[in-house]
Write a protein that binds this ligand. Sequence first.
Ligand SMILES: [Zn+2]
Length: 465
Amino acid sequence: MNRTASLPIVAALALLLPLAGHAADTAPQADRTLGRELLGELIAIDTTAEHGSTTVAAKKLARRFLDAGFAPADVQVVGDDPRRRNLVVRLRGHGGREPILLLAHLDVVEARRGDWHVDPFALTERDGYFYGRGTMDIKGAGVGLVETLLRLHREHFVPKGDYILALTAGEEDGVANGVQWLLAHRPELIRSAYSINVDGGGPEIRGGKPAVLSVETAEKVYLSYTLTVHNPGGHSSLPTPDNAIYRLAKGLERLSALQFPLRSNAATRGYYATLAKDYTGAMAADMRAVARAPSDPAALARLAASSAYNNAQLRTTCVPTLLAGGHAENALPQMARATVNCRLLPDEDPDRVDAALRQAVADPGVEIARVAPPQPSPPSPVDEALFARVAKVARGLWGPIPVSPYMSAGASDSVFLRAAGMPSYVFNGIAYDVDDDRSHGQDERILVDAYYRSLEFDYRLLKEL
Ligand SMILES: [Zn+2]
């Protein structure tokens, strides 16, 4: 789940759109019933890394497709780890366009029964919400795609090109990650023009109203460093001028002045263009100036200075997060080490970040090393045609809400697809209150009405693409 970059508080919109709509705004009764049944079935299967199995879920859902008449060759349960298999289903199209990959992960974060007010591994409907581990992250949206493919198949709808649904393992803990496995071992199963990953984004409810539909098109790249100083040490009663802790501290002090250059990309320009409509005065003008390419440097500087969030949207950042050193209270430190966590703009060259750190620290006695290699994540283009189609479908369900790209500071399975050259768009159709995001937390829930409406959103979108 990747919603770290949802829009900050915006002024109330003039559009007052009730969530509960008339029949045309939601899926037909038979599909709501099936959607609820599938959701209950999937929530009841423990898919945690700790004691669950995505294989059980993959096989159970595969049975649904086979019973509906999908060809066995188009329904594959694959993977090396017997407890962490993946389901890949193909709905065949006319061949008029390249396939489109639809992606959700099957695994969920651990949930302890004692921490919850309901059983996390049973679907509970209460007060207009569906409760259960994974309702929000991301079994709700994943099973919505299952229901939609079954509905399209039942109606003998043949899309312009294939839809490939991949329900995968290992997103939450990275072990036996299904997307990485498919790319490495069965790339032909998922080869597509682009992918829609439902693990984030979507219609955001603010003040009770759907305000914007966010589509993540880019992610910052995670890269940590250690800064280490070694020293012969000695007895603390005999201090020497060259002290490992002082030396590291001075290097960190110089590092604190490092600021990476400000710049926008297609995702952040689209994001600020949408956000500007909710602001007035100088702030709105600066957002509009940043939304134009090339962005105005003075507006970039003012916007970045206005909040930590805006700063992170507009530049690569590095910050110390851990500190360690010394081995005894009465000994001179033989080692002092800091960890510095960087979040790179998606087009940033990691070698340039290495060089910038060395230059800022300006001391060859401070050893600078990467903790792990970065996973590159080239941004996906803001595909105007796709966005227009999403907006058209969204209009029919939530009124004329903007569809806005955004860049996330977090990471999803889309990084692997983008790194492999497949554009990826992260969004789903389950409207959620931005102040009630319980993914990974206790009493995880989604709105019942929003779930049913998402089934209709998926259905109309897949007929549109
Ligand atoms: Zn997720």
